[in-house]
Design a protein around this ligand. Structure first.
Ligand code: C5P
Length: 256
């Protein structure tokens, strides 16, 4: 085997696992970033701000540039409404989309069914379905106020297991929850992790963050990173440095 090929392959595998958050207000700015970063990251995350400002066309335009899309609209509604919206997202050609696990067993099951049906009908790959467990902005007190009397970690684990049973491919979760979810949901369940900061970044007062190396080592499959790349003087170089940090997380930890 060509020895030099292996690290390159690992870098390529890591690149596919980096999701860049397109948290910008206009289509123009979003497409500028896609052109700049499409060879450096695996997917582009389109969230509510960009989707509301630019409409579904933004997804089509990103796809036309041969880049993959995670449609992060966090659907939560009655089962039929969410299932039909997810089927429309499938038609747009997204690679990943998410719904709230708290939306119910029926909502997740119907969504999985409709998305699979639509993908077959169109002869396209079925998008990965992710569930939101507990938003990273919520703490125990917030849960208590809405009648959930459980720790954040236990509630995350409960909803992750439920999502898995309902045909979801994985969850979006904060770095702190990765080890527990991995333990409870097995090695194949996808864990997509925001709240990641490169080792060089100023993390200010953010306590619930990990570096890319730590998050991969903990068992995250995909990392969502926005501002550290977007605000860098050279966003492409920043993305490459993050991929290199991710790769370090796949190596055996150094002793001592
Ligand atoms: O902070 P950054 O720009 O890297 O965030 C990227 C994405 O991750 C954002 O779109 C945000 O929705 C999500 N995020 C999150 N929880 C956090 C931080 C960010 O869900 N604690």
């Amino acid at each position: 085997m060509n020895r030099a090929a292996k690290p390159r392959r690992t870098i390529e595998a890591m690149r596919k696992r980096l999701i860049f958050a397109l948290d910008v207000p206009t289509e123009r700015e979003a497409l500028r970033l896609v052109d700049l970063l499409r060879d450096e990251v695996g997917l582009f995350k389109v969230g509510k701000q960009l989707f509301v400002s630019s409409g579904p066309d933004i997804v089509k335009k990103i796809r036309r540039r041969h880049a993959e899309v995670f449609l992060d609209l966090k659907f939560h509604d009655i089962p039929r409404t969410v299932a039909k919206a997810a089927a429309e997202a499938t038609k747009l050609g997204v690679s990943m989309l998410d719904v709230h696990a708290a939306g119910s067993v029926d909502m997740m099951r119907q969504t999985a069914r409709e998305v699979t049906k639509m993908a077959r009908l169109r002869g396209i790959k079925r998008p990965k379905l992710l569930a939101i467990t507990v938003l990273t902005s919520l703490n125990r007190e917030d849960l208590d106020r809405v009648g959930v009397h459980s720790s954040v970690e236990n509630q995350v684990a409960r909803l992750a297991k439920l999502a898995r049973l309902c045909g979801m491919d994985g969850v979006v979760a904060s770095p702190q929850e990765v080890v527990r979810i991995r333990r409870e949901c097995g090695p194949r369940f996808l864990i997509v992790t925001p709240g990641v900061r490169p080792a060089s970044a100023d993390i200010e007062d953010q306590k619930r963050v990990m570096t890319p190396e730590q998050a991969i080592r903990a068992g995250a499959k995909y990392l969502v990173i926005g501002s550290p790349i977007r605000n860098a003087a050279d966003p492409a170089a920043a993305a490459r440095a993050i991929v290199a940090e991710m790769q370090r997380g796949t190596r055996l930890p150094r002793k001592g």
